[in-house]
Design a protein around this ligand. Sequence first.
Ligand SMILES: [Zn+2]
Ligand SMILES: [Zn+2]
Length: 237
Amino acid sequence: MKVNNWLNSIQSLLYPSGCLLCGAAGDYKLQFCPACYRSLPFNRHTCPICALPLPPSVSSDMPCGRCIKKQPPYTQSFAPLRYESPVSKLISGLKFNRRLYLVEPLARVLTDCMGETFIRPDLIIPVPLHPLRLQERGFNQSLELSRVVARHYRLPVNWQLCQRVRHTQAQSDLSEKARQKNLRSAFEVCGDIQSAHLVLFDDVITTGATVTELSKTLKRAGAKRVDVWAMARTPGY
Ligand SMILES: [Zn+2]
Ligand SMILES: [Zn+2]
């Protein structure tokens, strides 16, 4: 095998060409073939505050029951996809199998769906990982995704401004109440965000406990407004 061919085959393992879901050959916009792109679980009918998927019978002009009962510390959330198959497989492949080639196509689904329909923030802040988890994973998926989105919209990203100071138990093992308790004083702001309009960027919003706690921390530190952008939202919470 020629060195060139060998390099090409390695490269195709790292950066597969064709559709990311069905493998159909072709140079597709966003790396999904048109049929696979159409079949993605888009999150179009949602609560405007927390991006929770709503049943078709409920109007999306109104916040969901939970947001009415207890207003979150953030103003608006946008998550273009529902966290279900095949999105869950793509995102866990990125996080746990280091499929970094998924960063760009996933982030571009967000910019493609969001378009220009948002109020421009001053700054994007990716949800921080604790240094121990960062070391274990080697990268922060929220930072990588937010970089692509920020470049698209020409917005600044700051990943050092907000740090995770407490190594918390994995949220996925906990109940909703325990998740909130687990996160208390987990974050610290080290920088001036007085009167700033910020966007918190996460990969997946599950119960919203993380973005709620972070938004509270940012507001306490002086932020004027916090919005949340994520790739996907878990239905049902
Ligand atoms: Zn396809
Ligand atoms: Zn809501």
